[in-house]
Design a protein around this ligand. Structure first.
Ligand SMILES: Cc1cc2nc3c(=O)[nH]c(=O)nc-3n(C[C@H](O)[C@H](O)[C@H](O)COP(=O)(O)OP(=O)(O)OC[C@H]3O[C@@H](n4cnc5c(N)ncnc54)[C@H](O)[C@@H]3O)c2cc1C
Length: 410
C-alpha cells in the first residue's frame, strides 16, 4: 500500500465516539497535539445511544460549557419510571444529586458529538479526520508508535507517542495490539425502530414491561426511539413470523402505539443491534491504551455505556496530559493507573447488567403476567431508595472530575 502522507502527533485516537471525541477535546484544550480518526464520514448514524447522564452535564459544567450545551435541543427528566403491565413504577430520582444539572438528558448522539467537535476545533492542537479508518498499527522495536489509516485520499501514516483505541465494542485496535478480551457474553439483543410521537402519549415512562417482555421508548422530541429486548440471536425467528405478528407483540406491551405501528413498513425499518459484554484483561501495551467500549463493551441495560466512555476519557486525559506534553513515550505505569482507576466502575456496572439481563430473559421465557420483581417493588414503595439507581446510572461508581487545564483560549 503506497502511503500518501505521514503525519506526526503526540496522541492518535482511533474512533470518534463519545470516548474518543471527549478525550481528544480535553487533551487539545490542555495544549496537547492530538489527532482523532473516525472511520465514518459523519456522525449521523441512528441508534447510537442518546443518553446524557448527570455526570456528563457535570463535566460540561466543569468545562464552563453547560449553558451552551443546554442550548442543543434535548429532552430531560429527573425521574426514571417504568410501566409494569398497567402499573406505573418509580425507579429512580435524579433530583437529589448535588450537581449543576441533576437530570437525565436525551439528545441524538450526533448532536452531542457535533457539540464536542465544535468546541474541540477551537483549539489549534485538535485535528479530526473523518472517513479515516485505522487499518493497522505501526510498531518500532516492540512498541506501538502509530497507525496506518485509510482515507478517501489514500492511506496515511500517523506517528504518535501514544495511540488510544476508542473504536468501540468491535475494536480493531485492541485486536491488532493483541490485547486479551474476556467475554462475559450477553443473552439479549435489541431491535431498534422509530415510531411517531403524539401529544396524548405518556411522557414519563422510559420502559414498558409486560408478558415478560421489555420495550424501551426514548423521547426524541418528534418521535420515539424504541428498543425491544429479544433473546440473543432471536431476530431470525421473529422474522420467520409475519411483520403484523411483531407489531401485535409490541402493541401488547405499550397499547398506545396501536395507531402507528403501521409506520413499520418492512423489516428494513427494524434494526438489530447485537449486545455484547466483555473487558480487556490489560487495557494497554507499550505505546497503546484502550478506553470506553474498546476496553469494556457495555450492554445497553441501564443506558450507562456512554457515561462510562466519557468518564474514562476524563480520567485518561487527567493522567495523560502531562506525560504527553513531554513528547516522550508514555510510561506503562501511567497507562496502568488509568486501567486501575476505571476498570472497577466498569466491572461493577457490567455485573449489574448481567444480573438484569438474566432476569429479563427468565421473565421472557415465562411469558406470563407476574408482579414486578422485588427490587422494582421496593424502589416504588420507598422514595429514598430511588436515589441509589439514580446515582449509579447518573454518576457512575467513581465520578471523575476535569483536572486538565485550559492552556490556550478556545
Ligand atoms: C443496542 C445498544 C444500545 C445502547 N444504548 C445506549 C444508551 O442509550 N445509553 C448509553 O449510555 N449507552 C448505550 N449503549 C452502550 C453505548 O453505545 C456504548 O457503551 C458507548 O457508545 C461507548 O462509547 P465509545 O466511544 O467507547 O464507543 P462507540 O460509541 O462505539 O464509538 C466508537 C467509534 O469508533 C469508530 N471506529 C470504529 N472502528 C474504527 C476504526 N478502525 N478506525 C476509526 N474509527 C473507528 C466508530 O465509527 C465509532 O464512531 C448501547 C449499546 C447497544 C449495543
Amino acid at each position: 500500500m503506497a502511503i500518501e502522507q505521514t503525519l506526526s502527533t503526540r496522541c492518535c485516537i482511533a474512533g470518534g465516539g463519545p470516548a474518543g471525541m471527549m478525550l481528544g477535546f480535553l487533551l487539545a484544550r490542555a495544549g496537547v497535539d492530538v489527532i482523532v480518526l473516525e472511520k465514518h464520514a459523519d456522525f449521523f448514524r441512528d441508534f447510537r445511544g442518546d443518553t446524557i447522564h448527570p455526570s456528563t452535564f457535570q463535566v460540561m459544567d466543569e468545562l464552563d460549557l453547560l449553558e451552551e450545551f443546554l442550548q442543543v435541543p434535548h429532552q430531560e427528566t429527573q425521574y426514571l419510571n417504568a410501566q409494569f403491565n398497567d402499573t406505573l413504577i418509580h425507579l429512580g430520582d435524579f433530583s437529589h444529586l448535588k450537581i449543576a444539572k441533576p437530570a437525565l438528558g436525551f439528545m441524538p448522539q450526533w448532536d452531542f458529538l457535533k457539540f464536542i467537535m465544535r468546541e474541540a476545533t477551537k483549539y489549534p492542537t485538535f485535528k479530526l479526520k473523518m472517513g479515516a479508518e485505522v487499518r493497522s498499527l505501526i510498531k518500532t522495536k516492540d512498541r506501538i508508535t502509530g497507525v496506518v489509516c485509510q482515507t478517501p485520499g489514500g492511506p496515511i501514516n500517523i506517528q504518535a507517542a501514544l495511540v488510544v483505541g476508542c473504536d468501540g465494542r468491535d475494536s480493531l485496535v485492541r485486536q491488532l495490539a493483541g490485547l486479551n478480551v474476556i467475554a462475559t457474553g450477553a443473552p439479549i439483543d435489541v431491535l431498534w425502530f422509530s415510531l411517531s410521537k403524539k401529544i396524548s402519549d405518556p411522557d414519563k415512562v422510559l420502559g414498558y414491561f409486560a408478558y415478560g417482555k421489555l420495550l424501551v421508548m426514548i423521547d426524541r422530541g418528534e418521535h420515539w426511539q424504541c428498543g425491544y429486548v429479544i433473546p440473543k440471536g432471536g431476530f431470525d425467528k421473529i422474522k420467520s413470523g409475519s411483520l403484523n405478528q411483531f407489531k401485535s407483540e409490541i402493541v401488547q406491551i405499550a397499547g398506545f402505539i396501536h395507531n402507528r405501528v403501521d409506520e413499520l413498513k418492512s423489516w428494513d425499518d427494524i434494526k438489530l443491534l447485537s449486545v455484547a459484554i466483555d473487558h480487556l484483561e490489560k487495557w494497554y501495551t507499550d505505546g497503546l491504551l484502550c478506553i470506553g467500549d474498546a476496553a469494556h463493551a457495555m450492554s445497553p441495560v441501564g443506558g450507562v455505556g456512554i457515561n462510562l466512555a466519557i468518564q474514562d476519557a476524563v480520567a485518561a486525559a487527567n493522567l495523560l496530559y502531562k506525560p504527553l506534553m513531554t513528547g516522550k513515550p508514555v510510561p506503562n505505569v501511567v497507562l496502568n493507573r488509568i486501567q486501575h482507576r476505571r476498570s472497577f466502575p466498569a466491572r461493577v456496572i457490567q455485573r449489574m447488567q448481567v444480573v438484569i439481563q438474566k432476569g429479563l430473559i427468565k421473565r421472557r421465557k415465562s411469558n406470563v403476567d407476574r408482579k414486578p420483581p422485588l427490587l422494582m417493588r421496593l424502589l416504588n414503595a420507598l422514595p429514598i431508595l430511588r436515589r441509589i439507581p439514580a446515582k449509579l446510572v447518573g454518576m457512575g461508581v467513581r465520578p471523575e472530575h476535569v483536572k486538565t487545564p485550559q492552556v490556550i483560549e478556545g
